[in-house]
Design a protein around this ligand. Structure first.
Ligand code: FES
Length: 255
């Protein structure tokens, strides 16, 4: 499906903590409805204004009935600072939905674990929702440096949720990889920092469990035109993460 570009009305833009924000915007183009794991390129500044590039942000939630798309994002630099400053009623330029997304239908009937780290938990929420809507309840394991966010939002859509933090102030004191036994699952869907995704891929492959990872490479165009997001895979050689990904088989990227 071709990505489309439009100016969308911001309905809500709230701060969950010092660096994490959640923005809800109108998306009325049902023909181009986003799927779990896809992303948009976000921009709220002129083409001749800095920063040069739009910001790729994954879909946290798509509400078909309300025609809204929600982004959970970390404020990291100039672009995300500008997005975080948007107020309800202002316009946000969206290009998308882009990328392949999670293969939800292929997960049905399987025991699925969602494993996320930090802001990498964002694209797992819509996946949990879509699986639950089809009668499947995945297990959710999340790791954060310190204070977690959106844990409770996953609960209605998951068979269980578990939390690990580096600080030990919340949940289990340790790594998210210590929360689950990969052997107990048919498939693990993972998104987070690269060392975490590598570690989860290793555990999954040792256990003979299917592993899907969602990459967060830097992106320029977001539509497969600039080669700015190239990743070398075992099976297909160099691919564009924005077009053939961001969801890829773990063994193809890290195996
Ligand atoms: Fe341009 Fe992927 S960001 S090809």
């Amino acid at each position: 499906m071709r990505a489309v570009n439009c100016d969308c009305k911001v309905l809500e833009n709230i701060r969950l903590n010092d660096t994490i924000c959640m923005l809800k915007a109108e998306w009325t183009d049902q023909e181009h409805a986003p799927k779990a794991g896809q992303f948009y390129m976000l921009r709220c500044w002129r083409q001749d204004e800095a920063p040069l590039l739009s910001r790729p942000i994954s879909v946290h939630e798509w509400d078909e009935a309300a025609n809204t798309v929600t982004f959970l994002y970390e404020v990291r630099g100039e672009g995300t600072q500008k997005i975080a400053a948007l107020k309800a009623g202002e316009l946000l330029n969206l290009t998308g939905p882009a990328g392949n997304g999670w293969p939800v239908d292929q997960l049905l009937g399987k025991k699925v674990a969602l494993v996320g780290g930090g802001i990498g938990t964002a694209p797992l929420y819509q996946l949990a929702k879509e699986l639950a809507a089809k009668g499947e309840k995945p297990s959710y394991f999340a790791g954060f440096r310190d204070e977690p966010y959106r844990m409770e939002a996953f609960e209605p859509f998951c068979a269980c949720t578990a939390l690990a933090t580096d600080s030990g102030r919340f949940g289990y004191h340790g790594l998210v990889t210590e929360l689950f036994d990969a052997k107990e699952y048919d498939v693990i869907c993972c998104c987070g920092p690269t060392p975490m995704m590598k570690a989860v891929t290793k555990l999954a492959l040792e256990a003979g469990t299917e592993i899907l990872v969602s990459l967060e490479n830097k992106m320029a165009c977001g539509i497969g035109a600039c080669l700015g997001c190239t990743c070398h895979t075992k099976k297909s050689g160099a691919i564009s993460v924005c077009k053939q990904g961001p969801v890829l088989k773990g063994e193809d990227v890290y195996g």
